[in-house]
Ligand binder design. Structure first.
Ligand code: HEC
Ligand code: HEC
Ligand code: HEC
Ligand code: HEC
Ligand code: HEC
Ligand code: HEC
Ligand code: HEC
Ligand code: HEC
Length: 364
């Protein structure tokens, strides 16, 4: 009965003159042409932003990204003759972008939901959890017959666990349909999550010499270009992506989707320790610095930075001991330690001062 109904609907929509035919100059698979005929009228802006993407120019249409395995609980089965799904997970992107997928999957971004899985708020109020922590860290998406469980959608958190078992959401930085590289490369994209009490990396950068001059100096560079090597551009100041992800060499093979690869300390904690492979990681970050700076600027910065982290460790550990059983005071000390250390790392002097004040005020 149901399939008969679908057949009838399909016949109606295939009648000449009835279907809204989609007439833009974009070549697509037959399947995607069918999606477009119907969805163009329904979501004009969405389709237009896809039309301007390099996906549209390379025959990657609606169906190529939204097609579904009928056994996946995310599948909307029999959608006008197709199995489609609303979520587009990193595994789908991996079919065509295996290198970015592998690198992202090994990052702590992909594990960000694990960090909040057992947060108090998750059990006290699932709605508030889904409206706060989960929007940055991601959630555990549960779907049934193509419909998301209440409150769990939409979620563009960076560590979302998907119904196919994959972790993460490429849309956290790339958005849905324009896939603009300029957007992915902007500091505002990272700053959407990396600000305020959770770790003010954005503010520390913004008020550093680097961030302060970024907007004045970046105008000559076309950030939408693929294979862009910052050190070969007329680019005098770096933003987040330049230091944490971009290639430093000509063949662009040392670009990464794992921002942990160039870090030596674990900063987001009361008492920071070195990471595994910290020496190698540090050399990678310093290679970025050296594309603009001489040795003294880089080596002496790192010497001062190490000393600052060790000093903040000492102050924060002492304050945490004093805070004792007071949860609020302990949280204040931790937030202060993170703020001060991020300030020292990204050269935001005010964050160092604010962080120390926060620690100091958390004692009582
Ligand atoms: C004949 C019209 C038609 C065709 C063809 C069609 N769709 Fe749809 N689509 C709809 C309608 C109507 C809805 C909203 C109702 C619903 O959710 O089923 C929808 C909903 C969706 C949704 C869920 C959107 C949401 O916010 O819940 C997705 C994803 C989707 N379609 C993808 C596709 C893809 C991919 C194709 C091509 C393989 C396709 N559709 C073909 C009409 C169509
Ligand atoms: C390169 C892959 C890709 C292509 C091509 C693509 N989408 Fe999407 N689409 C996504 C991603 C990613 C999301 C976000 C879903 C998520 O969070 O998992 C999304 C979300 C959506 C949504 C829900 C978002 C909203 O604002 O309501 C609709 C509807 C949709 N897509 C329709 C389409 C249609 C129609 C086309 C063809 C013009 C298309 N998509 C092409 C990747 C793609
Ligand atoms: C069916 C294959 C296919 C799928 C699936 C696919 N892509 Fe692509 N993607 C391409 C092709 C082809 C290009 C253009 C050629 C190139 O730059 O490699 C491209 C280009 C890109 C670019 C560069 C855009 C630019 O302006 O140069 C980004 C970013 C991107 N894809 C991200 C994604 C993400 C994220 C997903 C999953 C949501 C995805 N792609 C899914 C094939 C695909
Ligand atoms: C605005 C986005 C955002 C929101 C909302 C958010 N976080 Fe985070 N969180 C982050 C970022 C970014 C980091 C990484 C900080 C760093 O490394 O500098 C982080 C780190 C953490 C960490 C590890 C560091 C630490 O403080 O121990 C924990 C735990 C954490 N978040 C828990 C939570 C909980 C619980 C919530 C909800 C009550 C929450 N977060 C809400 C963005 C967010
Ligand atoms: C933390 C933000 C972030 C996330 C999450 C992210 N990307 Fe990217 N992506 C970027 C940035 C920034 C660039 C530009 C990098 C460069 O120029 O080297 C980029 C570039 C790309 C490119 C183009 C590479 C090129 O040089 O042409 C592809 C393809 C891509 N990403 C795919 C993915 C896929 C697939 C995922 C999910 C598995 C993903 N990205 C998740 C930030 C992100
Ligand atoms: C000049 C290069 C540079 C720029 C630009 C930059 N960072 Fe950093 N970032 C660093 C360095 C150096 C560290 C500390 C590395 C170490 O410990 O070895 C760091 C550390 C971090 C950490 C700490 C991770 C942890 O251990 O908890 C985060 C988060 C971060 N950066 C995010 C950002 C964001 C977001 C932006 C843009 C708003 C940005 N960075 C801009 C160089 C940079
Ligand atoms: C959707 C939110 C979100 C966006 C967008 C985002 N991040 Fe993150 N990032 C996080 C969270 C959450 C964590 C903490 C992960 C954890 O340990 O739970 C994190 C961790 C990090 C770390 C520490 C990595 C490590 O191995 O400890 C760095 C560095 C970082 N992000 C840089 C960036 C940069 C650069 C961008 C932009 C290109 C970016 N992030 C975009 C949410 C985000
Ligand atoms: C794209 C080029 C570029 C990159 C990459 C870069 N810097 Fe800079 N940096 C600059 C410029 C330009 C200045 C401003 C010089 C001046 O006029 O004082 C600057 C200033 C500084 C200052 C002085 C800050 C102040 O407040 O006076 C330090 C320290 C510094 N950079 C360290 C680093 C370190 C460490 C890295 C790598 C983690 C790095 N830079 C990466 C271009 C860059």
């Amino acid at each position: 009965m149901r399939s008969l109904l679908i057949t009838i609907v399909l016949c109606i929509f295939s009648l000449p003159g009835f279907a809204q035919s989609y007439t833009a100059n974009v070549v697509t698979s037959e399947e995607s042409a069918r999606c477009l005929n119907c969805h163009y009228e329904r979501q004009k802006k969405l389709v237009e932003s896809w039309e301007n993407s390099s996906h549209a120019r390379n025959d990657v249409g609606c169906y190529e990204c939204h097609k579904a395995d009928p056994f996946d609980p995310a599948a909307k089965k029999g959608h006008f003759g197709f199995n489609v799904q609303l979520p587009v997970t990193p595994l789908r992107c991996a079919e065509c972008h295996p290198r970015e997928y592998t690198s992202f999957a090994s990052s702590s971004h992909a594990l960000a939901y694990e960090t909040i899985r057992n947060a108090d708020l998750a059990s006290v109020s699932p709605v508030l959890f889904e409206s706060s922590c989960a929007l940055c860290h991601g959630n555990e998406l549960k779907m049934f017959n193509g419909k998301p469980e209440p409150h769990k959608w939409p979620n563009h958190g960076i560590g979302r666990i998907n119904t196919d078992g994959s972790r993460g959401n490429c849309a956290a930085c790339h958005g849905h349909h324009d896939y603009s590289l300029a957007n992915a490369r902007s500091a505002e994209t990272c700053g959407r999550c990396h600000y305020g009490k959770t770790g003010p990396a954005y503010e520390a950068w913004k008020f550093s010499k680097h961030g302060n001059n970024w907007n004045l100096e970046r105008v000559d560079t076309d950030f939408n270009r693929t294979g862009l090597v910052p050190s070969e551009q007329h680019l005098n100041f770096p933003d987040c992506y330049v230091c944490h992800l971009a290639p430093t060499n000509k063949d662009a093979m040392d670009s990464t989707h794992n921002p942990g690869e160039r870090l030596s300390w674990k900063l987001a904690t009361v008492r920071s320790t070195f990471r595994e492979n910290w020496g190698q990681n540090r050399l990678k970050m310093q290679a970025v610095c050296r594309s603009c700076h001489g040795n003294s600027q880089v080596d002496l910065f790192y010497r001062r930075y190490d000393a600052a982290v060790m000093q903040i460790n000492k102050i924060a550990v002492a304050a945490a001991e004093k805070a004792g059983a007071s949860k609020k005071a302990a949280e204040g000390v931790k937030a202060g330690a993170i703020t001060a250390k991020l300030g020292a790392a990204m050269m935001g002097p005010l964050q160092v001062r604010d962080g120390l004040d926060l620690i100091d005020n958390s004692k009582d």
